[in-house]
Ligand binder design. Structure first.
Ligand SMILES: [Zn+2]
Length: 104
């Protein structure tokens, strides 16, 4: 029954969307307890950041004039918070492990 399949898929998609919405409103408490104490300035897609091959880190301009930094190794470990060493502002890096540069 194609129609049944379509309806089931639509229902699943709706359920998934609802779940995602619910989670996002409380994700700071449920997803990462460690993040509760953090003051996240912004969320930045990793493709908007600059990768420094020499230092093996990603950086992004901070409003203070310095820059947020996070090393590749931390991203591979699941860490997603980049910190500005000058003003201690933090950003969350939006990335997929598959997007990270390969090679050891
Ligand atoms: Zn800063």
């Amino acid at each position: 029954m194609p129609s049944t399949t379509t309806i089931a898929a639509a229902a699943a998609a709706t359920a998934a969307a609802t779940t995602t919405t619910t989670l996002s409103s409380s994700s700071s408490k449920t997803k990462q307890e460690a993040a509760d104490d953090l003051d996240i300035y912004d969320e930045i897609e990793i493709e908007d950041m600059t990768f420094d091959k020499k230092l093996q880190l990603y950086h992004y301009p901070c409003p203070c004039g310095d820059r947020f930094e996070i090393v590749l190794g931390d991203l591979r470990d699941g860490e997603d918070i980049a910190v500005c060493p000058s003003c201690s502002l933090m950003i969350r890096v939006i990335f997929d492990l598959d997007d990270l540069p390969k090679g050891e």
